[in-house]
Design a protein around this ligand. Sequence first.
Ligand SMILES: [Zn+2]
Length: 181
Amino acid sequence: MTIATTNEPRCWIGCLQCYNEGRLVGDWYAATEAAEVTTSQLHGRPIPEHTHEELWCLDTDCIPVHREMDPAEAARWGEIHAEVGDDMWPALCAWVRSGSYVAEGDTDFPVLSDFEDRYCGSGWDSFQDYAEGLAEDIGLLSEVPESLQSYFDMQSWARDLAFDYVTERDTDGTLHIFRSY
Ligand SMILES: [Zn+2]
């Protein structure tokens, strides 16, 4: 038995033939195992070949796209989770949910190298807070005499800066910030 991590993608795999006959036969599996689940395993008894073989993920958990999917697709999400790590998974899911992310070809799968390049972090109350921290880090006002710095319109600067960023909140309210390019 594997120990489930907090954010590990899971899917409820069901048998489509049973489903069409009005019986809900299936179970929850870790997404990483989804592609290997056999029809006999799913039904808990040996199933004759070429029958009841169409398995489908009818529900998912901790996968950032919300729709039914092929078990192979769920397995790919499981691989991506393993690759990026459980700690970074909420940030990656937020990036995908924002809709403004880089996907592999015409799939919904995110490109991890772009994610790593663009993710700025989380933990700020607002984008304004992030912008103020950034202004400090880059020494935006270092040439401006201190007595004049309060005249700088930080809000307006942050507003313009926001065009180059994507922000997305988690269900727990955590704000994730990403560069747009
Ligand atoms: Zn069945």
